[in-house]
Design a protein around this ligand. Structure first.
Ligand code: PLP
Length: 409
């Protein structure tokens, strides 16, 4: 018991300079010389990515809150024109409602706590709920007590065959095509709005994945023989990482629009639930080098902190050295492995991360594209959970792909 109690909850990111937006990461490092990881948010980048998605996607855009629930991020997404949020827990629902009384909130987790359904429906005005089983359908009906005239929205989550995404999202949730058709039929009488949704997997680089998923959705709807009001194509839209240059978002939107039109569903509309594509470029983390051993750097954040995806999932992130004073960094680069601060050998990020070859103890490194699935995955393991949050005006380390490019083509 007492041991359990000494295990602290993760320390929230401590804000520096309140809501001020500072000119640059370099200026900040020079003044602050931070010994703790520093999370740098670029609200303008996030707002622009959100606005680009909203403008290009042929339907409604919901932001997937789990990807980065930081209030400053939610505000930036809202500024960019996103007014709907995909939430998966009671806490996410309550957070979004507290910040945006007008927002549309959609409860997109297929296996929910009963109390979470009651609170969402009764206290927070949530009307749309996802399900992938008859049990969950019964649970939603009971806990909302809703009649179809109360505006209940029911969304059936369809599992997809395993694809080529870097994170598969059909291993855990989703009904088979046969089960999904039966669930659509069963849900129709109590649904003011009936939807079919899927997720092709996160960081999906192939636009055809959506085309194929939409074709499968069409088969399910034909088999069900009931009218469907919404096709929700989920998230999964990719961003650039070193060595990975995804097609522009417009290529994805074009496949989705064509795939949707081929279904010829009268009155139906499209929704999407992007996470990564809206916020990845708008966040970076500055770490400090605490030791060097050959081509290995010991830094103050790692896989139990904000750099989880650089561990087992093997992501590399764009990096740059920050050395505000002393000798200018070498102009030749070398590849480095990073170690995080915890005592676990798994706290290792293979990269390679390309940095000036003379990087040494005391230097700082900024890692980009960490606005998505960075801060939200931090833990308090080994006591290395203190980090700060600042807002900056810098350009992102990698520019988000332009949605317009292939729309114009
Ligand atoms: C995680 C998730 C998303 C967001 O996925 P990205 O790959 O970040 O776009 C959207 N919808 C659901 C149901 C999810 O679980």
């Amino acid at each position: 018991m007492s041991l359990l109690r000494t295990r602290a909850a993760v320390t929230p990111l401590r804000r520096r300079f309140d809501d001020a937006v500072l000119p640059s990461v370099d200026a900040l490092v020079a003044v602050e010389r931070p010994e703790e990881p520093m999370h740098c948010l670029r609200p303008a980048t996030i707002a622009a990515a959100a606005a680009g998605f909203v403008a290009g996607f042929p339907g409604e855009t919901l932001y997937a809150v789990k990807c980065n629930p930081e209030p400053a991020v939610l505000r930036a997404v809202w500024e960019g024109g996103v007014q709907h949020f995909d939430c998966a827990s009671a806490a996410e629902v309550a957070l979004v409602r507290a910040m945006f009384p007008e927002a549309g909130i959609h409860f997109m987790h297929p296996v929910k706590a009963r109390g979470a359904i009651r609170a969402a429906w009764g206290e927070h005005g949530v009307r749309d709920f996802v399900l992938d089983s008859a049990e969950e359908l019964a649970k939603i009906r009971t806990e909302t007590g809703a009649a179809a005239t109360d505006g209940l929205g029911l969304f059936v989550r369809l599992a997809l065959p395993k694809g080529t995404a870097m994170h598969d999202l059909s291993g855990k949730f989703g009904a088979t095509p046969e089960a999904a058709a039966a669930l659509l039929r069963a849900a129709r009488p109590s649904a003011a709005r009936l939807g079919l949704c899927f997720h092709v997997g996160s960081q999906m680089l192939d636009p055809l994945a959506w085309r194929q998923a939409l074709a499968l959705a069409g088969e399910v709807i034909r088999e069900a023989g009931v009218a469907v009001d919404v096709i929700d194509v989920g998230g999964g839209f990719p961003v650039a990482y070193p060595g990975i240059e995804p097609p522009p978002l417009g290529a994805f939107f074009a496949e989705i629009e064509a795939g949707f039109e081929a279904l010829a569903l009268p009155g139906a509309v499209l929704w999407a639930e992007p996470g990564r594509a809206l916020v990845a470029a708008g966040g970076s983390v500055v770490v400090q080098v605490q030791g060097r051993r050959g081509q290995e750097l010991f830094v103050n954040d790692g896989v139990y902190g904000a750099l989880s995806d650089a561990g087992a999932p093997g992501f590399t992130f764009p990096v740059r050295l920050i050395r505000p004073e002393g000798k200018p960094p070498a102009t030749t680069e070398a590849g480095f492995v990073l170690f995080g601060p915890t005592c676990d050998s798994a706290d290792r990020m293979a990269g390679p991360f390309w940095l000036p070859e003379d990087v040494s103890e005391g230097d700082w490194i900024e890692l980009g594209q960490l606005g998505a699935y960075g801060a939200c995955l931090r833990t308090a393991f080994n006591g290395f959970d203190r980090a700060r949050l600042v807002e900056v005006r810098d350009r992102p380390m990698l520019e988000p792909a332009a949605a317009e490019v292939s729309l114009a083509a």
